[in-house]
Write a protein that binds this ligand. Sequence first.
Ligand SMILES: Nc1ncnc2c1ncn2[C@@H]1O[C@H](COP(=O)(O)OP(=O)(O)OP(=O)(O)O)[C@@H](O)[C@H]1O
Ligand SMILES: [Mg+2]
Length: 481
Amino acid sequence: MRRPAPRTLQGQLTAGLVTLLALACLAVGSATALALRGFLIGRLDEQLAASGGRFAASLEHEADPDADNRSDTRGQAEDTFGARLLDDVVTQAAVVDDATDRPLVLTAGDRRALARIPVDEDGHSIHLSTSPGRYRMMAVRGDDQDILITGLPLHPVEETVHRLLVLEAALFGAALVTTGIAGALWVRVSLRPLRLVAAQATEVADLPLASGEVAMPGPLPHADPRTEVGRVGQAVNHMLGHVEDALVRRQAGEERLRHFAADASHELRTPVANIRGHAELALRHQGPVPSEIRHALERVDVESRRMTRLVDDLLLLARLDAGRPLEHEAVDLTLLILDATDDARAAGPRHHWFLDLPEEPVTVRGDAHRLQQAIGNLLANARNHTPPGTDVAITLTSDGTRACVDVSDNGPGIPEELQAEVFGRFVRGDHARSRNTGSTGLGLAIVQAVVTAHGGTVAVTSTPRHTTFRVSLPVRGVSHG
Ligand SMILES: Nc1ncnc2c1ncn2[C@@H]1O[C@H](COP(=O)(O)OP(=O)(O)OP(=O)(O)O)[C@@H](O)[C@H]1O
Ligand SMILES: [Mg+2]
């Protein structure tokens, strides 16, 4: 079943306008028709009163053989009805027809209706079975204790009222159609600012406000504050101004933070490299070195290596955040994965590594070094966060437009509460253990930043004994950076 389309405000206002006008027309039409009918019937009653039963009285002479056997139809209108009642029994009844009277054959019902007319010199509407049917009648008492009824046909009144109704229907119909069309246009024009507000709001709602530079739409035009719609438009403009302000400030803050991270990591590189160099030099010192000094130097060496990596990772993230262009070369993904798996095999000989590559080489465009680093991070995770003996499968597939790299392991999996934020910065699983193993929690953040910079996506699904990271990249020809 189809649901009815939602009524727009424009439709509702137009329908309301036309309905109100139709009700007003109906009221005016009914009132004028009733007033006209009342007026015309009053006129009939006056005529009846003026005739004073003359025609009806003249009918009695028809029965009188001495009379000239002519009823008094002079001055009587066509179809005038006359009847004479004696003791509530109709003795004569006729209508004026072509200036003479034509006796009427009345049914028993007609006779009863005539007998019931009160003798009050007031008009009463009576329906006779003979043509022309509906009459306005008045009964007066005659000279011979008889009742004289005179009637005038109601159909001229009804025809006049009917013509008025037809005329009114035509006029009101035309007025309704005109109002409907003009009203719809007028409402449409009046609501235009509201439509602009809606379009503006939708546009803003679709903007990615959370990060980066946001191009806000310009202010709404024609926001006349004297109208309600204008006030809405003004409020929206005001709100957009605030939002834009906040976004500019947010972006400036992000920019500062990025610069700070980039500058700080850049500045740290040299002293860290120096520390490492000095530690290495000291360790190479020939001659007796107390064991605790050697141990301390070894710690300095390990920690400075870790710090170098951390600083490099931070610098890379800051650069990717700033949208710094990557290399844009053809990268043979098959070869890259082959190398990365070799490295992983060497680093984790107690894990079981399985590699599944397609027959045809898969090539993407981008930065080979960064992609190698991203895949390396995924393999390092599969090694570092699973116990020895775990199976790790690396699968490369391509459908011609996208290349997919799946890194799956049957290790313990990622806790569910960690999964949603696992690509965040400094997000690590087991903190105590992580610190000891030198884990920083930047590995997956770098995977995501590198893959995104290549126009790709990365996603994770993880249950105990089944964790898969899937990297999807556009294949050669798609340009980024
Ligand atoms: N294959 C995996 N199996 C189980 N847990 C994983 C796996 N890969 C990642 N994790 C979890 O996700 C967390 C975040 O991973 P990420 O690579 O970002 O950081 P890290 O490996 O802890 O540190 P880093 O990679 O910087 O040395 C890890 O600490 C770990 O808890
Ligand atoms: Mg990692």
